[in-house]
Structure formats: C-alpha cells, structure tokens
Design a protein around this ligand. Structure first.
Ligand SMILES: Cc1cc2nc3c(=O)[nH]c(=O)nc-3n(C[C@H](O)[C@H](O)[C@H](O)COP(=O)(O)O)c2cc1C
Length: 335
C-alpha cells in the first residue's frame, strides 16, 4: 500500500507525455514512497531511432510530467537518474515526500497543460510567436539543464527546412523505417498507443520540398489552405533543444526539458510539434550543429510552435492504460 496514495494517479498523469510515434516506451514501479521509471526496449524503434535517443527523450518527458503531477499534489520529488549502474533500463527513481511550504510552484503551474497538450501537425498561425513567449520557453529549457536555440532569420529558416527535408529523404531509404512508420501510425480509434490517422497531417503548403514535417504517407489528412491574404508559410518558430553533452543522461534530461517546454507552450496557448528526423540521422544532426546553428551544444529535438489554427483539435488521443505499464514491486524490495 503506497504511503502516498496519490502515486498511481500521478503516474497516470505522466502517461500523457509525448513519445516518438506514441510508442510510450516506459514501465513504472510504484513503491510506498517512490516511483521507478524503466525503459521498455520492446517498444524501441530500432530503424527510426538507432541511437535510442528518442526513447530516452520520451521517457524524460514522462519523468518531467510525473514531477509536475507530484508538485500539483503538494508532493516533492527527489529524482535520482540512472540509480543502478548495473541496469541501464532503470532510468530514474523518484523519492516522494510532503513538500509542505516548499512546493515546486513553477512545476505545479504546468499541471493543467498535461491533458490539454497535443502534437499539432497542422499549419499554424502566420503571426510570429511573441519574443516574450520564446524567452519563457528558453527559461524552461535552461532550468531543466538544456538550451533552446531559435532558428533566427528567414535565410536560416530556409536552410533549416531544407535540412529537415533532407533528413526525411535519407530516412525513407533506411531499411525498416517505413515498416515502423506503418506499424505505429494509422491506428484505429480505441487503440492505446500509436498515432491515430486523424492526428496526422499532410505536407505544409510551403515551397516544394520544404514542408519540414515528417511524411506519414498518403493517408494523412491534407492541410487547410492558408486564409485569404495570409502568406503561404506559417510563422511557426523553429526551436532546437540541445545539451552540453550527448550521453544517456543528457538525453534523458533533454526529454525533461522537452516536457517542460511543451507544457509551458501549451499553457501560453501555443500549438507544438516535436520534430526528430533531422536529429535521428547522424549527417543532418552534425550539419545542424556545426554548419547551421554553429553551437557547441548537441541538438536533441526540434520543436515547432506558434498560435494554433482557430478550428479546435479534432482527435481523441489514444488513452494510455496504467495497469498495462506497471511492473510488480518485488517483495522486500524497494523500487
Ligand atoms: C522524442 C520525440 C520525437 C518525436 N518526433 C516526431 C516527429 O518527428 N514528427 C511528428 O509529427 N511527431 C513527433 N513526435 C510527436 C509524437 O508523435 C507524439 O508525441 C505522439 O504521437 C503522442 O501524441 P501527443 O503528443 O498528441 O500526445 C515526437 C515526440 C517525441 C517525444
């Protein structure tokens, strides 16, 4: 029996975190005063994500959502990352206690965004994201130990979109990539994981070849045409989340930073799309870092964000089921 009866509900909240192709590559163990997070390598996309970067980013986002869910319940979270040197799948143990006056208010404030956030692949607003909003997002990344680098001007944006497109072409030729995409997309309503057909979107109405989005195939609903008088391209900010090092800890922390940035953006009324193809492919990841952004940090994930379309999101997200991802707590053992 948990000493903190809210722990199952808090882990249930964490299951709403974004994950690559909605694979939800995590397992959880709930103890009396702690929660263990484990990677589920059976859900690893070997062809899409050969470095296991996306898997760690996805689990990191879930870890961050858990911290938000605990803070919202007045609990503190003491996070031990990679606590077992003999088990690389054991990503974190979160020790829980009453926060008292020390509640993490900044995290708790993100709580309503957990269920409101959705990956939105549609054309976004043609109004640029206010600089103050970008600053807030960069602060969230910084507090989580990462940096968020905006792609600065129109010329850089064009080159960046070309790089995203190149990654798409290279990846389409990777053996096994198309099969993984087919397996995890176009799911029927009622499915517990994967990306439902209604959440996909066709290429953006940008100059040929510069859509910037992952191509999900011919079944993806077409994008709406831009409103009369609006420019062809939307004004979605392109933001690169990067870390000082590129080891497993950095990737897990990058996932936590991604979780915070996505929730903060949702809280400010922005739509968001994580884009990982150009980071999954080694050549485009290196080009992004040294040829385009000229940064010492290592790119981990691209985020696209701007005001949403006026039409509301139309999809129910596949509902994750807590019982399916819980590991038993071995008798006499802690998590
Ligand atoms: C590490 C990571 C990489 C992702 N890469 C992409 C991507 O390249 N293209 C895309 O459209 N969505 C991408 N996503 C978004 C997921 O597909 C999405 O989170 C998942 O389908 C669950 O849907 P939701 O975010 O609406 O809850 C990525 C998410 C994560 C966490």
């Amino acid at each position: 029996m948990p000493r903190f009866p809210d722990l199952p509900a808090a882990v249930g909240d964490a299951l709403h975190a974004p994950s690559v192709h909605n694979t939800q590559p995590w397992r959880w163990r709930i103890g009396p005063d702690r929660v263990g997070l484990y990677a589920d390598r059976d859900r690893h996309l070997a062809a899409t994500d050969p470095d296991r970067r996306d898997l760690l980013l996805s689990c990191g986002a879930a870890l961050q959502h858990l911290q938000v869910a605990l803070a919202a319940r007045g609990l503190y979270a003491d996070v031990r990352r990679f606590p077992d040197p003999e088990d690389a799948r054991h990503l974190a143990t979160v020790l829980v206690g009453p926060a008292g006056d020390d509640v993490d208010a900044a995290s708790a404030a993100l709580y309503p965004a957990i269920t409101a956030r959705r990956t939105d692949r549609r054309r976004m607003s043609h109004r640029p994201v206010p600089a103050g909003h970008v600053w807030v997002l960069r602060e969230h990344a910084r507090r989580a130990g990462a940096v968020l680098v905006p792609v600065a001007d129109a010329a850089a944006r064009r080159r960046f979109l070309a790089l995203l497109a190149e990654a798409g072409v290279r990846q389409a030729n990777e053996p096994g990539y198309a099969a993984e995409l087919r397996t995890w997309t176009n799911r029927l309503p009622g499915s517990h994981d994967g990306v439902p057909a209604g959440n996909l979107a066709g290429p953006l109405p940008r100059p040929a070849g510069l859509t910037g989005l992952r191509a999900f195939g011919p079944g993806a609903p077409a994008q709406e045409t831009p409103p009369p008088g609006a420019p062809l391209d939307d004004a979605a900010a392109l933001l690169v989340l990067a870390t000082r090092t590129d080891d497993v800890l950095a990737r897990l922390r990058a996932g936590e930073a991604a979780g915070a940035v996505l929730l903060a953006a949702t809280g400010m009324g922005l739509a968001t799309t994580p884009l990982s193809q150009a980071v999954e492919i080694g050549a485009t990841r290196r080009e992004m870092r040294t040829g385009l952004l000229h940064i010492p940090e290592h790119p981990q994930l691209v985020l696209r964000s701007a005001g949403p379309r006026r039409t509301p999101a139309r999809w129910p997200r596949p509902a994750p089921a807590l019982h399916a991802v819980l590991l038993p707590v071995p008798s006499g053992e802690r998590t």
